[in-house]
Design a protein around this ligand. Structure first.
Ligand code: ADP
Ligand code: ASP
Ligand code: MG
Length: 405
């Protein structure tokens, strides 16, 4: 007998038949003698629709009220799933985030979970009842409803698994595991039996949306074993494990892409101490998240170019900030390019294999794809390229690293 938290994403509960299918799956896991709690997302499309309603009234509307609206999708799906479970003869009940509560900070729209008071869920599970809990929702210290950022139900599930001391958190979704690359784009992508926490963290943070980044951070911190598997097919999924539990010796485990980035270049910025701080300090204060940063060596000792990337939604705000510090940093002009994508190759094997970067650069060069910016970490190499080449680059690299199925 195990104590399990099962999470079902939006597509998995996308209509009434699918909710019935989820209920049957949950019942089967419970009937096998496991203690079960379920975390569900809003039905597919619902959260987008709610976000759209808020934007239609005021794109810069009060984030506390935004959270009241967009958290509503999960209220519907927990209730429907509890009813579907009851109709199969299970004892089930739902809670909302504020009722447990799921305690969050007050960063509305992107709140962090501080802790979950899970006594009620543990009691229900111990009684053989099925607890149904909404993903994505929480409550701030001053009692306001919060949401965790898009894709946040994964994080709710892992946090609940940590809080109830679950043996595993099973993330049921519309793919049957974590693949070497997004299977929607690279049809030859292979399902991984196992992936390390560290690689999964890089994959998620570099754009693979199969798990929300924060859910992996939380799993690592609380040592929660995660399995990613299909809501629709009864096949083994992917286990997220420690590095010593990996048997294969692959150099690269996966390739991810992050659309939605934009490149900003400051041409001929003064080359003297303090200039980088004068650029990135005000950007941070304005809440603009900067990802890649490249500064060239100055040829004449007087000026240089600085390039960085931000989210596409942040370009206008970033340009306004840069305009505001023009006198201080004395740049000649500023250019923004929203048509870029970041491609990353990821693998713990990179630590012990040489030539990984060369393979990437050569493969892209052979296809005539120009690399605009490069950054690396111990287990990842990222390049920024023109968005038009996204699919070609992903497929080319997938083949170059021998990942094709
Ligand atoms: P859910 O609604 O269940 O949370 P998501 O849409 O958030 O599901 O995540 C699943 C999607 O993640 C898949 O449909 C797939 O297109 C995408 N994805 C991106 N990269 C990968 C990858 N490396 N492996 C599997 N799926 C991936
Ligand atoms: N419903 C939320 C969203 O669409 C949370 C989630 O599905 O994980 O982002
Ligand atoms: Mg998701």
């Amino acid at each position: 007998m195990s104590r399990l938290v099962l999470k079902f994403g939006g597509t998995s509960v996308g209509d009434v038949d699918r909710i019935r299918n989820v209920a049957a799956k949950v019942k089967a896991v419970a009937d096998a003698g496991n203690e079960v709690a379920v975390v569900v997302s809003a039905m597919a499309g619902t959260t987008d629709q709610l976000v759209g309603l808020v934007r239609d009234i005021d794109p810069r509307g009060d984030l506390r009220e935004y959270d009241v609206v967009v958290s509503a999708g999960e209220q519907i799906s927990v209730g429907l799933l509890a009813i579907a479970l009851q109709s199969l003869g299970c004892r089930a009940r739902s809670w909302l985030g504020w009722q447990l509560p799921v305690r969050c900070d007050s960063a509305h729209g992107a709140a962090r979970i501080l802790g979950i008071d899970a006594d009620a869920v543990v009691t229900a599970m111990a009684n053989g009842d099925i607890a149904v809990v909404p993903g994505f929702q929480g409550v701030s210290p001053d009692g306001r409803v919060t949401t965790l950022g898009r894709g946040g139900s994964d994080t709710s599930a892992v946090a609940l698994a940590a809080a109830v001391g679950a043996d595993r958190c099973d993330i049921y979704t519309d793919v049957d595991g974590v693949y070497t690359c997004d299977p929607r784009i690279v049809t030859r992508a292979r399902k991984l039996d196992r992936i390390t926490y560290e690689e999964m963290l890089e994959m998620a943070s570099q754009g693979a949306k199969v798990l929300q980044t924060r859910s992996v951070v939380m799993a690592l911190k609380h040592r929660v074993p995660i399995q990613v598997l299909s809501s629709f097919a009864d096949v083994p999924g992917t286990l997220v494990v420690d590095e010593e539990d990996i048997v294969e010796d692959e150099t690269i485990s996966g390739i991810a892409y992050a659309p939605g980035e934009a490149k900003i270049t400051l041409v001929r910025v003064a080359d003297r101490p303090g200039v980088a701080a004068s650029i990135f300090g005000p950007l941070a204060n304005a809440g603009v998240n900067v990802d890649m940063i490249v500064q060239n060596v100055s040829e004449d000792g007087k000026s240089t170019d600085v390039t960085f990337t931000v989210g596409r939604d942040d370009v206008a705000r970033a340009l306004k900030v840069i305009e505001g510090v023009r006198d201080e940093i004395e740049y000649e002009r500023v250019q923004a390019d929203p048509d870029v994508v970041k491609i990353s190759v990821i693998g713990v094997g990179m630590r012990s294999h040489a030539g990984v970067a060369h393979t990437m650069f050569r493969a892209l060069a052979e296809k005539g794809i120009n690399i605009q910016t490069i950054t690396t970490s111990e287990i990842k190499i990222s390049v920024l390229i023109a968005e038009d080449y996204k699919e070609l680059a992903l497929r080319t690299l997938h083949t170059a690293y021998g990942l094709d199925a």
